[in-house]
Structure formats: C-alpha cells, structure tokens
Design a protein around this ligand. Structure first.
Ligand code: HAM
Length: 383
C-alpha cells in the first residue's frame, strides 16, 4: 500500500483497489436492500507502492465491476464473459483466460496446513520470503517468481484437488458455463492473486503479446466473506478490475487523432470580437457544435490561417462589411464555398450541412437551438 504521513503527521494511505471500497459503500448505503445481484462499476485511479517497471506503475487507472448478493456460478461466468467481450470490442486478441478456485472457509484451512507441511519439508530450497510466507500465508508462495521456489511449488499439493464438494461443484459449473459460451479457461494452480479476500473462483486475462512480465490486463474473482468482514450482512460478491494502461498497450484500436473543431469563428473587426466570442459560446452551448475562436488578437488573415491549421471544416466569418446585420458568412474550408446565414438559422444550417456531408468524420453532435447570441434580429433565447 502507498502509505505516508502528511505534513500534519497524519498517516495516509492511497486507495490501492476498488473492491473493498465498493463493499464499504454497499454497507454504508444500505444497498443490501436492493434487488440482487446489485451490479456496480467504477473507473478510478489506484495507487500501489510497487517498484515501477514496464506496465507496472505507482498510479494506474482501473475500471472494474462488482456483482453483490449472489453466489450462483452464473454470476462468475457472466462477469468473466463480460470482461472478455469488452476486450473483444477493444480489439485485444491473443489472450489467455486463466482460472483457479481458492476454496472457502470449509476446505481452505485444511489445505493450507497441508501446503505448510509440504513447504516446511522443502524449506532449504525456498527463498527467504517464501520461508516467511510458509508461516504467515503459505498460499502466497505460488506468487513467487524465484526459479527454485517455482520448482518446489510445481510438486506441491494444489488447492483445486482439495476442494470440498460444494466448492468443487461450483467451480465445475463455472468452467462448464465458460466453455458453453465459447471461452477456453485454462486451469492455473498458481493463480492465488495478491489479495486476501478471495474465495472460490479467481481468474485473469493474460496477454500473450506483451513482451514483459506484467501481462495480466484484468482479473478478479469471488469474495464471499468480504462484505461481512467490513461489517455488513453475509453477502457473496464477484468482480473484476482491469488496468487501463495495460489495456491501452495491447488494444488494436488506433489512437484517436485530435480532429480539431468543426467550426472556427473568425473576426473581421476589432468591434466584432465580443460578438465572435458570444457566437462561439452559442455554437458550443446551444447548437452543441465543436467551435473555437481566436484568443490572441490575431489579424483576420492570421485567424483564417489558424482556422485551416486547427483542422476545422468550416470558418464562420463575423463582422464583414457586406454581410447584413444578424448574419454571418460561413465558409467551407475544403472547397471555399461561402454562404451568408442568419445567426437565428445557424442551427438548421448546420443540420443541413452535416446531413449533406453524410457521415461526418467528426462525430459532432448538435442541437436545434436557434437563438441569436448577437442580439438584434429575432430575439433568440440566448440574446
Ligand atoms: P488486481 O489484480 O490487483 O485486482 O488489479 C486489477 C488490474 O489492475 C490488474 O490486472 C492490472 O491490469 C491493473 N493493475 C494492478 N496494479 C497495477 C499497477 N501497479 N500498474 C498498472 N496496472 C495495474 C484488483 O485490484 C481487484 N480489486 C480486482 C477485483 C475486483 N477482484 C474482485 N473484484
């Protein structure tokens, strides 16, 4: 955990993950009264005091979902399948779905003893940390990356072989459901995960294309005892968390170019600057047109140049002598076509233009407001 004293000497810890906070909120806001399962999601920065390396940071962004109130294996399968679908839509290929079961309070204690005895016999072959883990938390030895430890653990008894009947049935059903929807879960006895609240199913999606150790782009599992531990009623839960930075590293989607505004408002006289400013606000707020105007007192010529450079498709020219009051001149920056348009009618004009333009690459949205921010004609809503 990322813990430190602040200037006032208070001990602070930055949030490391989202599951425990969600359970705390579930209890605090009485969500156990809601229809079950209660489905929640989050997207937030998380902090861990780890040694930074490729794909592992002290601050990362995590999106996650939690389903509380059902221990039905369908929930496990649904959440795992949903995350798989999210990765599909992000065009992330070449993933391994690793799964394991951590058992429950019924079967895990006996297994832990079994593992502890096994590790004690092999103490000489273990690293110092794993010798400590043997006493404190033997299951965590499966996490160890030291080669000699891994060799020992390969011969260790595995929890999946020591599940009680209800846990066995639960896990078998999860596997069956995942296969039924076309997923290919790979049993991984090392998948104990770094958090202590897990019971029964744990899972990870691991990328085979990342060329470094931090290949897990998302994972999670079941935590049937956590809500009660936090002070709520006995409530089973299942969820996942996925790191956005790692997802970005493997996503097949192109980074979105900054396309610039749709319209650039150009001012032709000093006096018209305030009008141009108001019109830009009107375009943004009433017509939902992505618009910009000059903010550094450029000449009209320099503004037109800037309009082109900004990527705008249209220039809206304000303050031209030969344009009637209450009108502006709109120039299509692609072909130079110009048209004088009443400010009152800009909403309709943009609608038509975007329709004719067919599929406009900008994906700009715009409303139908027709107010006139320049005042004068028509008495629009924004005047
Ligand atoms: P976690 O495996 O610790 O699980 O983190 C979830 C994901 O967050 C990881 O798979 C990884 O993509 C990303 N992540 C974690 N630490 C870092 C880091 N230092 N730098 C970059 N990315 C990172 C949890 O946090 C659980 N709360 C998941 C869960 C939800 N279990 C049940 N419900």
């Amino acid at each position: 955990m990322y813990s430190f004293p602040d200037r006032g000497g208070r001990e602070l810890t930055l949030r490391p993950e989202g599951t425990a906070p969600v359970c705390r909120a579930y209890v605090e806001h009485g969500m156990f009264k809601l229809t079950k399962p209660v489905k929640l999601w989050y997207y937030a920065p998380m902090f861990r005091y780890e040694r930074p390396q490729a794909g592992r940071y002290r601050e990362h962004y995590q999106f996650g979902a939690e389903a509380l109130g059902s221990d039905d294996p369908l929930v496990d399968a649904e959440v795992i399948a949903m995350l798989g679908q999210i990765y599909d839509e992000l065009e992330i290929g070449d993933l391994t779905l690793a799964v394991n079961s951590m058992g429950d309070a019924e079967c895990r204690p006996a297994y832990t003893e079994l593992l502890r005895d096994f590790l004690a016999v092999h103490a000489d072959e273990l690293c110092g940390e794993c010798r400590e883990r043997t006493v404190l938390n033997p299951l965590r030895t499966f996490d160890c990356k030291v080669e000699s430890c891994r060799a020992v653990l390969a011969g260790a008894p595995h929890l999946v072989d020591h599940l009680c009947d209800p846990c066995r049935r639960h896990f078998d059903t999860v596997l069956e459901l995942l296969r039924k929807v076309g997923l290919d879960p790979v049993l991984d006895f090392r998948l104990v995960r770094g958090l202590d609240y897990y019971t029964r199913t744990t899972f990870e999606y691991q990328s085979n294309s990342l060329g470094f150790a931090q290949s897990t782009i998302g994972g999670g599992g079941r935590y049937d005892g956590l809500v009660e531990l936090i002070g709520g009623p006995p409530t089973p839960g299942f969820g996942f968390g996925s790191g956005l930075e790692r997802v970005t590293l493997v996503s097949g989607l192109e980074e979105q170019e900054d396309e610039g505004p749709l319209a650039y408002v150009v001012t032709f006289t000093e006096e018209a600057r305030a009008d141009a400013f108001a019109l830009t606000q009107h375009l943004r707020r009433e017509l939902l047109i992505d618009a910009e105007c000059d903010l550094v007192a450029r000449s009209a010529k320099a503004q037109l140049k800037q309009a082109g450079r900004s990527g705008a498709e249209l220039a809206v020219l304000v303050g031209l002598d030969d344009v009637a009051a209450g009108e502006v001149r709109v120039r299509d920056l692609d072909n130079g076509d110009e048209e004088d348009v009443a400010v009152d009618e800009l909403g309709d004009w943009f609608d038509d233009w975007l329709d004719d333009d067919g599929l406009d690459g900008h994906g700009h949205h715009h409303g139908n407001g027709n107010g006139n921010p320049l005042g004068g004609n028509g008495g629009g809503e924004a005047s």
